[in-house]
Design a protein. Structure first.
Ligand code: GDP
Length: 360
């Protein structure tokens, strides 16, 4: 499953946000295969199409796609010096598909800031610096080893060259992800070396309630981290929302000029940052969203349901959600000639409602 690691300086609201996230775990009861650990929060990807499908197909259950968040405590200024970042921290963060940095923007005299003042910019830099130093330490060990190997094995030369390119970017104080292709580093290869800053970053700005609708503030903060994605929320409000009915949630959010909760935004942003999308299946038992990568073919998508579906793939019967929504039933979509049979080269599109045909 898709996992996003949460990092941030102390007292920025990580635990508060995380408590809101874990209140969501009731959802996991729907997923018998999901083991929920205390430091993991599961958030459903909001998808209004599922309730419409459930209506059309009379589904008993709705199963949205989910994003898991792992609380990765233990990063402070200077963490990478001395004892280093800690094995548990490194193990947790290596497993994450993306890194979500929580940044404090709320002003509250009662909540001490570790550096004495609220400064999103310098907080972000502090965390970046710790992760960059950790990567440089990894390279200090890897480069001499690769240099030795490269003398014996020809194919190690490009790996070494890539490690050296990464070292150069990091020494300039940039994360490998932020430097992107302009840094001349193959991120997938650098990731294989265990370099943390290859991972996509998402920034969550924890705001005061009265900053929630402040578009110019959002603009300034978004600019600090662009082209990475930014999410704006108030962690305390997210906690309160968790205890409310959907109607009350909507009313509360409207009061703050927001159309969806911060955690919903976060789940959506996670999908966007990681280049993921969903396709849909529907029937009397359940209407369900399945997570795939953008650009995946029908057999690859089928493999997410079951490996046998991929191996024995014959055809995918595809209708678009828009047609189904408009025409109101599968029969009507078929009668209108809008159901398609797609083969193994078909690239999945967002909003595809699919039934796979396969050999067992
Ligand atoms: P962590 O150390 O990053 O996990 O931070 P916590 O979640 O423990 O929050 C530190 C303190 O800040 C607690 O007293 C929270 O109640 C408070 N806090 C968290 N989020 C907000 C917020 O959005 N606004 C305000 N005013 N206080 C917050």
């Amino acid at each position: 499953a898709l996992t996003i690691g949460i990092v941030g300086l102390p007292n920025v609201g990580k635990s508060t946000m995380f408590n809101a996230l874990t209140k969501n775990n009731v959802l996991a009861a729907n997923y018998p295969f999901a083991t929920i650990e205390p430091n993991v929060g599961v958030v459903p990807l909001p998808d209004a199409r599922l309730s419409r499908l459930a209506e059309i197909f009379g589904s008993e259950k709705i199963l949205p796609a989910t994003v898991s968040f792992v609380d990765i405590a233990g990063i402070v200024r200077g963490a990478s010096e001395g004892e280093g970042l800690g094995n548990k921290f490194l193990a947790n963060i290596r497993e994450a598909d993306a890194i979500c940095q929580v940044v404090r923007a709320f002003e509250d005299g009662d909540v001490v800031h570790v550096d004495g003042k609220v400064s999103p910019e310098s907080d972000i830099e502090t965390i970046h610096t710790e992760l960059i130093l950790a990567d440089l330490q990894t390279l200090e060990k890897a480069v001499p080893r690769l240099e030795k190997e490269a003398r014996i094995k020809k194919d190690v030369a490009p790996v070494l060259a890539n490690a050296l390119a990464a070292q150069k970017v990091l020494e300039e104080g940039k994360t490998l992800y932020a430097a992107g292709s302009a840094g001349g580093v193959d991120l997938a290869e650098a990731k294989a070396l265990g370099l943390l800053t290859t991972k996509p970053f998402i920034y969550v700005f924890n705001l005061d309630e009265d900053q929630l609708a402040d578009a110019s503030l959002h603009g300034r903060l978004a600019e600090l981290v662009a082209p990475a994605d930014a999410v704006f929320l108030n962690a305390k409000l997210e906690m309160d929302l968790m205890d409310m009915s959907p109607e009350d949630q909507r009313e509360m959010l409207e009061g703050f000029g927001a159309s969806e909760s911060g955690l919903d935004q976060l789940a959506r942003t996670g999908f966007h940052t990681l280049g993921l999308q969903t396709y849909l299946t529907a029937g009397p038992k359940e209407s369900r969203a399945w997570t795939i990568r953008q650009g995946w073919t029908a057999p690859q998508a089928a493999g997410v349901i079951h490996t046998d579906f991929e191996k024995g793939f014959i055809k995918a019967e595809v209708v678009s959600f828009t047609d189904l929504d408009e025409l109101g039933s599968m029969a009507a979509v078929k009668a209108a000639g809008k159901a398609r049979l797609e083969g193994k080269d078909y690239v999945m599109a967002d909003g595809d409602v699919v039934e796979f045909r396969f050999n067992v």
